[in-house]
Design a protein around this ligand. Structure first.
Ligand code: PTJ
Length: 249
């Protein structure tokens, strides 16, 4: 459905962009989502559009957290729904997590369109429409969650979350796994596990690690979690991006 030859040097990037455009056309992605994507692309370009070693370590730590969780939830917004819906459904299956649509710019139409889109990609139960729970400390529309979803989750994967909500979820005592290409963003800074990588690569990578760790003991999973250093990961990502800037200069 896209007319870009695979040999094009920026094939992946163009494909991603096309998916976001399509998401906007289908009423899944917000127009702000286009801006967010552009910002992400710039960071990804500087990172060399690859998963760095430290982002891979973070993906493994995230997988261990999801496997240790009592009630893990994967939060889905308009960008990730457009970029990697099938991959999110697969990760939810592998780690036995709930999927919950949770939007920064919440509208009923977009909520329903995303729930439907995830179902088309194989999801059975998708949470988010009940909205009978609240995240304390943020304004009404942005605070809405399902009480039996994010409301009662112990571990939440929030790809491309906004800083306020990332902070508020952390204040609720939840383990937060964030995917964000900008290591300086507040979401990445407050995350228990910041994965500085494109969500398109990060989600399947977390799934791969979760499959690899499926037979690990609780002690082994705890060792993976404890060995992870969020500050070192962020510093490493920043170094990689600065290296990308130097190469371009
Ligand atoms: O669908 P909604 O209403 O929930 O809105 C979703 C967006 C993403 C529009 C909303 O949460 C928002 O405005 O986010 P921000 O504040 O623009 O932050 C988005 C962050 O994600 C930025 O730091 C980008 O660098 C980063 N980002 C963008 N695209 C990607 C990404 N990170 C990883 N993978 C990407 N593909």
């Amino acid at each position: 459905d896209i007319d870009v030859p695979e040999s094009h040097p920026r094939y992946e990037s163009l494909l991603t962009r096309h998916r976001i455009e399509e998401g906007v056309e289908k009423g899944i992605t917000s127009r702000q989502g286009l801006i967010a994507q552009g910002r992400g692309e710039a960071f990804d370009y500087l990172l060399g559009e690859r998963t760095t070693e430290s982002a891979d370590d973070a993906a493994r730590a995230a997988a261990a957290h999801l496997l240790l969780a009592g009630h893990p939830v994967l939060s889905v917004n308009g960008n990730v729904a457009a970029l990697c819906p099938g991959e999110l459904v697969e990760l939810a299956e592998v780690v036995d997590a709930d999927l919950e649509v949770n939007l920064f710019n919440r509208t009923d139409e977009r909520m329903r369109a995303i729930v439907e889109h995830l179902r088309e990609h194989g999801a059975e139960d998708v949470k988010g429409l009940t909205a009978d729970g609240r995240i304390p400390g943020i304004d009404h529309e942005r605070a809405k969650v399902d009480a039996d979803g994010i409301g009662s989750a112990d571990v939440v994967l929030v790809p491309l979350e906004d800083g306020d909500r990332a902070e508020a979820l952390g204040a609720m005592g939840k383990v937060e796994l964030v995917v964000d290409l900008n290591p300086l963003s507040r979401s990445a800074q407050v995350a228990t596990v910041p994965i500085v990588d494109n969500v398109i690569r990060a989600v399947p990578n977390v799934t791969r690690h979760a499959r690899d760790l499926a037979d690990a003991s609780e002690e082994e999973l705890r060792d993976v979690v404890e060995a992870f250093d969020a500050d070192a990961t962020l510093a490493d990502a920043e170094r990689a991006i600065r290296g990308g800037v130097d190469e371009e200069a």
